[in-house]
Design a binder for this molecule. Structure first.
Ligand SMILES: NC(=O)c1ccc[n+]([C@@H]2O[C@H](COP(=O)([O-])OP(=O)(O)OC[C@H]3O[C@@H](n4cnc5c(N)ncnc54)[C@H](OP(=O)(O)O)[C@@H]3O)[C@@H](O)[C@H]2O)c1
Length: 308
C-alpha cells in the first residue's frame, strides 16, 4: 500500500470541466439528498435511487431521473455514488446485482471503518468494480461550498477519472492513498478529536454552570483555549513523531496538579468526573512511572500500551 499523498482539487475549475458527466446517487437520506442536489445544481445528469422513493420527489421536479431499481440506477452511468446508513446497507443493495456493476466506479461516501472499507474493496474487486472510498467531513449545509472537505482513498484511477465530477461537491477533495481504509481512518481520527472536544466543553459548562455561570458567558474563554489547543497540536505531533518528550515548557507533574483540581472541583459540585478523570489518571500513571518532568505528549505511550 502506498503512503498517503495529498491531492487538493481546485473545485470550481474542475467542476466546470465536468458539466454533462452523468452521476448516480444511491441513498437519499439527509446527506445523499444533499449530494444529489449538489450534483444536479452543478449540471450533472443525475440518476437517483432510494428505498423510500418519495424522497426523490423534489429532485425529480428539478431534473433528476428516478431509477425504479438499484440495477437501473447503477447502469445509468459510469459513476455511482453511494451514501446510505452503513456498510451492511451498501452491501445489501449492491451484492444481489449481477454483473451490472462490472467496469463501473463505485464511490462509497457512506461512513465506515477502515476494516469494512477494505472488505468492501475486496468485494468490489472480485466483481470487477472500481472502488474509491470516501468520507464526508462536513455537515449537509456545507456541502457544495468552499468549506467542503471530502477525504478519498482507494483506487487512484477512479479518483483521477472522476475527480472533475467529485469536485462539484465543492471545497477540498483530498486523496489519501491507495489503502481503501485510509479515508475512514482519518474520518474516525477527526471525530475522536471532535467529540472529545465537544464533551470537554459541555463538562466545563456544567462545572462553571454549577456556580451560576451561563454557557454563553464562559464561551469566549472556551474559544480562547481552543485556539491555544490549535497552536499546541503541531508541537504534540512533532514530539510524538520523534518519540521525544522534553518537558522544557511544561511538565506532567504540574499538569497532574491542574487536573486534580478539575476532578476535585467537579466532585464538589456533583458533576460527572469521568472525562477529567481519564486525563488525571493518565498523568498520575506517567508520574508513577517516573515521567513527571516530561511534557504532556508522553502520555501517548500509555495510550498505545494501556496495560503497560
Ligand atoms: N448527515 C450528515 O450531516 C452527514 C455528515 C457526514 C457524513 N454523513 C454520512 O452519510 C451517510 C448517510 O447519512 P445520512 O445523514 O444521509 O443518514 P440518513 O438521513 O439516516 O439516511 C440514511 C439513508 O440510508 C437508507 N437506508 C437505511 N437503511 C436502509 C436499508 N436497509 N435499505 C436501503 N436503504 C437504507 C435510507 O433510506 P430511506 O430514506 O428509505 O430510509 C437513507 O437513504 C452516513 O454514513 C453518515 O455517517 C452524514
Amino acid at each position: 500500500m502506498n503512503p498517503p499523498t495529498t491531492d487538493l482539487l481546485a473545485a470550481p475549475d474542475a467542476a466546470n470541466d465536468a458539466r454533462g458527466r452523468p452521476v448516480t446517487v444511491i441513498g437519499l437520506g439527509a446527506m445523499g439528498h444533499t449530494l444529489a442536489r449538489t450534483f444536479l445544481a452543478a449540471g450533472h445528469p443525475t440518476t437517483v435511487w432510494n428505498r423510500t422513493a418519495s424522497r426523490a420527489d423534489d429532485l425529480v421536479a428539478d431534473g433528476a431521473t428516478l431509477a425504479d431499481s438499484v440495477s437501473a440506477a447503477v447502469t445509468a452511468g459510469p459513476l455511482i455514488v453511494v451514501c446510505v446508513l452503513d456498510n451492511d446497507t451498501t452491501l445489501s443493495l449492491l451484492d444481489p446485482l449481477g454483473d451490472e456493476l462490472a467496469g463501473r466506479a463505485v464511490v462509497n461516501l457512506t461512513s465506515t471503518t477502515p476494516e469494512d472499507a477494505r472488505a468492501f474493496h475486496t468485494w468490489a474487486t472480485s466483481r470487477g468494480v472500481d472502488h474509491l472510498d470516501g468520507a464526508i467531513m462536513v455537515p449537509t449545509p456545507v456541502v457544495g461550498t468552499d468549506d467542503t472537505l471530502v477525504l478519498y482513498s482507494g483506487a487512484r484511477e477512479v479518483f483521477d477519472t472522476h475527480h472533475a465530477t467529485l469536485a462539484s461537491l465543492g471545497g477540498t477533495a483530498d486523496y489519501l492513498g491507495t489503502d481503501p481504509g485510509r479515508a475512514g481512518l482519518f474520518d474516525l481520527g477527526m471525530l475522536d478529536v471532535f467529540f472529545a472536544g465537544m464533551t470537554a466543553f459541555l463538562h466545563a459548562t456544567a462545572m462553571v454552570g454549577a456556580d451560576g455561570i451561563a454557557p454563553t458567558t464562559f464561551l469566549p474563554y472556551a474559544r480562547t483555549i481552543v485556539s491555544v489547543l490549535d497552536e499546541v497540536l503541531p508541537g504534540l505531533a512533532a514530539e510524538v513523531e520523534a518519540g521525544s518528550y522534553p518537558g522544557d515548557a511544561d511538565n506532567i507533574a504540574m499538569e497532574l496538579a491542574a487536573m486534580e483540581h478539575v476532578v476535585r472541583v467537579s466532585e464538589a459540585r456533583g458533576i460527572d468526573t469521568t472525562l477529567p478523570e481519564v486525563t488525571r489518571r493518565l498523568l498520575a500513571t506517567a508520574v508513577e512511572q517516573g515521567h513527571g518532568r516530561d511534557t504532556f505528549s508522553r502520555i501517548v505511550e500509555q495510550l498505545r500500551q494501556p496495560s503497560a
